[in-house]
Design a protein. Structure first.
Length: 502
């Protein structure tokens, strides 16, 4: 065996590789060699390909004849190239030990189960992470005027990944000139070629030059605006963007404040706002099944059985004596009823009052209520326009109508319009088929007629008068039935939605 020398690595992986192959060829075991490294101070020019090779993108071509060859697996080659960028004074000796063992036929050296293999994998992994971080966290700042290079950046990588990242940016930033300064050296792209130097530029000058540009304030406003405190996951943030990088990022100084705000309530407010803005989608299904199991509200004012309470001024309860023999049921409060808190207080109420007069029925002797107790409306300009309640809303409100029916036990029910009819007989009852003919519901009679608003909508005078008369006739018939001896007996307990008995 020749005398084992002290080997000096001056040019990174390529230089180590050339010397290591010679050492293997000479049969020098790892313990016999001292490896040291010397920073390559001289400013050098690299082509892009060269930078990429330094970065591990391509294997440097061996100098034919002069360098002996050793066949290694592709995986091991990649591990060696990455681990060579791990910043440690012992890296070259370690890599040579790995290569030596491989050449001796000891394939376990590339495995993570082997002590050296595990160390090699750890080093390569740390370097890959550092490469990723540098690509992700380098920020270029445009310099004022015609200054060259046009862009500056300062970055402090964990390992020797400057050449790799510089190769990456050179491929992507076209002919714009830039310089990345690090504590270990700098990379300068003049628009055509990459220059790498092991001499660190003056950090303060670089940092000052790389600090602010015209775009930065815009970026900061944008960064703040896209930050959603409700979605902040601090653990994930610190894993993906470790705190040590914040100082190099223009947005870095904002982050602690934004985290503090999120912790102190902005997260909850953000969440509430987003959830509140969701419009939701009504799902057609049986209202009973859709109701969560909960105690029934004891007061109509607190009713949340459907969504109508949200936009109504108040719930409008029925009114009249509990001993009333006649119950008249409308659809739902209108605009004026919603404000006044009384059923049939507006224009439809005037039509009803007139019909009651014609029928000779004193309003205060009957029980007057609605199938739905909250006003459902849509906005038209500044007006609230009536909107017919959905069946699920009618069913949700049947809780209150059932209570009224059970309490009052009317002998006769007059329903005004289709909604009221459906509320008592159940979905699908036909107003046309039920009009003006008494229907037995439990122990009571039900008489169906038009809704007073229908008369208000009709343009034709004759048709309007016919409807008004039909309503009055039905009320008179109901009043008569209610007072007859036959129906004066105590009423049955009703259940809105019960099947009609003809
Ligand atoms: N229409 C109804 O059905 N009920 C009222 O209370 C008012 C208008």
């Amino acid at each position: 065996m020749d005398d084992a020398p002290a080997l000096v690595v001056r040019g990174g992986y390529a230089d180590w590789r050339r010397q290591a192959l010679h050492a293997l060829a000479a049969g020098w075991p790892p313990d016999a060699i001292t490896w040291t490294e010397q920073a390559n101070d001289a400013a050098g020019q690299m082509t892009l390909d060269h930078a990429a090779a330094e970065a591990g993108v391509a294997e440097p071509a061996p100098s034919h004849g002069a360098v002996p060859q050793v066949r290694i697996s592709k995986d091991l080659a990649e591990l060696l190239r990455d681990a060579a960028l791990f910043r440690s004074s012992r890296r070259w000796a370690f890599l040579y030990r790995v290569l030596w063992r491989w050449q001796q036929g000891d394939r376990a050296v590339a495995s993570a189960a082997d002590e050296d293999g595990a160390q090699l994998n750890r080093m390569a992994k740390a370097v890959r992470r550092a490469k990723h971080d540098m690509i992700a966290y380098v920020r270029f700042h445009r310099r004022d005027g015609d200054a060259v290079p046009e862009y500056l950046s300062w970055y402090e990588p964990d390992h020797d990944v400057l050449a790799y990242a510089a190769g990456h940016f050179a491929k992507r930033m076209g002919t714009s000139s830039w310089c990345i300064g690090t504590p270990q050296g700098a990379a300068l792209w003049d628009g055509r070629a990459l220059h790498l130097t092991g001499t660190p530029p003056d950090a303060d000058t670089m940092r000052a030059g790389a600090r602010r540009d015209q775009i930065e304030p815009l970026w900061l406003v944008y960064y703040k605006s896209i930050f959603n405190p409700a979605r902040l996951n601090e653990t994930a943030l610190q894993q993906r963007m470790p705190v040590r990088f914040w100082k190099g990022l223009p947005e870095g100084p904002l982050i602690p404040g934004m985290i503090a705000e999120a912790r102190n309530g902005a997260r909850r407010v953000g969440q509430t706002g987003t959830v509140g803005e969701m419009r939701g989608k009504p799902i057609a299904m049986d209202a009973g099944a859709a109701q969560p199991v909960r105690a029934a509200p004891t007061s109509l004012d607190q009713c949340r059985r459907c969504e109508l309470w949200r936009h109504a001024t108040q719930a409008v309860a029925g009114e009249g004596p509990d001993a009333a023999r006649l119950m008249v049921i409308g659809e739902q409060p209108g605009d004026q009823e919603d404000l006044a808190g009384r059923a049939f207080a507006g224009p439809a109420g005037q039509v009803l009052d007139e019909a009651l007069r014609r029928a000779g029925v004193p309003r205060d002797s009957l029980y007057l209520t609605n199938a739905v107790k909250h006003f459902k409306w849509i906005a038209r300009g500044t007006r609230r326009m009536h909107k017919t309640p959905a069946q699920r809303e009618v069913e949700a409100c049947s809780h209150w109508l059932n209570q009224e029916l059970s309490r009052v036990r009317p002998a006769v029910i007059v329903t005004l319009g289709a909604t009221a009819l459906n509320a008592v007989l159940g979905r699908g009852a036909s107003l046309q088929q039920t009009l003006h003919q008494p229907v037995r519901v439990g122990d009571a009679w039900l008489l169906a007629t038009w809704h007073p608003s229908y008369a208000l909508r009709l343009q034709d005078d004759q048709a309007r008068d016919d409807v008004r008369k039909a309503i009055a006739d039905t009320l008179a018939q109901g009043w008569q039935l209610a007072r007859s001896e036959e129906t004066a007996a105590a009423g049955a307990v009703f259940d809105a939605g019960a099947k009609a008995i003809r």
